[in-house]
Design a protein around this ligand. Structure first.
Ligand code: FE2
Ligand code: FE2
Length: 209
């Protein structure tokens, strides 16, 4: 294993609770599987590094999040200040950059792992989905998304990632609305972008038949 990953393992083993570590390793495993299945040319060590650090600041208190943002040079938007759950993605990306020198490709995957965004890069898609399909997450939504991925993958490997991402975003938006919570504009944009792209793809196929 390379020196960077060893440093990251040491770091997260020292700061995360056993439960969060288990989730983190589950996300790392799922991210590597998704990379191999869909983007075999991606740098697997970078995928692993982003996965291992994606929740590295999740267990910080609200005050500690603010201190971490200042220390590692991160800025919160008003929405991130209003919705504390969103903050760990911002500080996690800043830690990955300032402590471990990860490039933007990986820090952006951490930055958007909670909200997603329109036109996601391969690493951004992988981390967003890996966070859902981690085998140790057993809430109904994650079990459902995991099952959907296997179904879509069996039916058609090429579109399985995007179809599962769209499904996960739709379900997440539904739940946020049912709970009367705020929805990040990036989440809506991510959903609409995927919806449009998949509709274009389906139309193209129909006209080719
Ligand atoms: Fe997270
Ligand atoms: Fe996570």
């Amino acid at each position: 294993m390379n020196a960077l990953l060893l440093r990251i393992y040491d770091y997260i083993n020292g700061i995360l609770s056993p439960k969060r570590r288990r989730h983190t390793y589950g996300v790392e495993k799922a991210a590597i599987i998704l990379a191999k299945n869909h983007y075999p040319d991606l740098d697997k060590e970078l995928v692993a590094a982003a996965a291992l650090l994606h929740d590295c600041t999740k267990e910080l208190s609200a005050e500690e999040q603010l201190a971490a943002a200042e220390k590692h040079g991160a800025l919160f938007t008003q929405l991130e200040l209003d919705v504390p759950k969103l903050r760990h993605a911002v500080t996690g990306a800043a830690v990955a950059r300032s402590m471990f020198g990860l490039p933007e490709e990986a820090t952006n995957a951490i930055l958007y792992h909670t909200t997603a965004k329109a036109d996601m890069s391969p690493m951004e898609k992988i981390l967003y989905l890996a966070d859902f399909i981690d085998e140790y997450r057993n809430d109904e939504l994650c079990k459902d998304v995991r099952q959907k991925y296997f179904t879509f993958f069996k039916a058609e490997k090429e579109t399985a990632m995007d179809r599962t991402l769209l499904y996960a975003l739709d379900r997440s938006i539904e739940i946020l609305m049912e709970e009367c919570k705020q929805i990040h504009p990036h989440t809506i944009e991510a959903r609409n972008f995927l919806k449009e792209n998949l509709a274009d793809e389906d139309n193209k196929r129909r006209t080719e038949q």
